[in-house]
Design a protein around this ligand. Structure first.
Ligand code: G3D
Ligand code: MG
Length: 201
């Protein structure tokens, strides 16, 4: 009886893990970002950028930030793999869309991939964080430029969104981005929505 009660108590006090899906075109820097998250937030350093290889399956980063456990997935971004993204939409609390801001030649392709993702109703209400990665490269597009290209101002008010410059290779800008994610997921209706969906299954 005691173990049952203590088990229930532990369950009630357990901190909810936030699930963040990281997508974007191939070579945008998603895996480098995940490895940087491990280095910044855990005792086990992630891979150095030179050790990162193109993603075929799925990469995971599990860490705690601002007292909150987070699980980030990075799904491959090559054209043939993008159809897999939607399999994870229903389970994620937020979407991170990673962009190679230095590759202006692929911004329209990135916009098309982002538009397709945002049109999926399984992502309803999920906060969107667009990362303008490779900020270290001279001439990389600024967050303001990307916001213009992606038309982020037109998003409906039920989806909190932000666009932030980061350098996944060095970790610059990553901690403020994680802070935005944690704060905005908690403020959003998404945790409650996912909880209800899980209970009804
Ligand atoms: P992906 O997982 O989105 O496909 P990767 O992308 O993490 O594999 O990164 C693709 C390439 O971009 C890698 O270079 C990686 O080092 C580089 N990259 C990632 N983040 C940054 C960054 O912040 N700045 C710069 N300058 N480069 C970055 P290679 O040469 O291995 O292809
Ligand atoms: Mg990858």
């Amino acid at each position: 009886m005691f173990s049952l009660l203590s088990g229930c108590f532990e369950f009630m006090l357990r901190k909810e893990e936030l699930h963040v899906l990281v997508v974007g075109l191939d070579k945008a820097g998603k895996t480098t970002l995940l490895e940087r998250l491990k280095t910044l937030y855990t005792d086990v350093p992630g891979l150095e950028p030179s050790q990162v290889v193109p993603t075929v399956g799925l990469n995971l980063a599990h860490f705690e930030a601002l007292g909150t456990p987070l699980l980030c997935w990075d799904v491959g971004g090559a054209a043939g793999l993008r159809s897999i993204w939607s399999k994870y939409y229903g389970e994620c609390h937020a979407l991170v869309f990673c962009v190679d801001a230095a590759d202006r030649g692929r911004l329209e392709e990135a916009k098309a991939a982002l538009d397709r993702a945002l049109g999926d109703r399984d992502l309803y209400g999920a906060p969107l964080l667009v990362l303008a990665n490779k900020h270290d490269v001279e001439g990389a597009a600024s967050p303001a430029e990307l916001a213009e290209v992606f038309g982020l101002g037109r998003l409906d008010g039920r989806r909190p969104s932000s666009i932030q410059a980061v350098t996944a290779r060095t970790g610059e800008g990553v901690k403020p981005a994680v802070q935005w994610l944690v704060e905005n997921i908690k403020k959003s209706q998404r945790p409650e929505l996912i909880r209800r969906r899980m209970l009804s299954q």
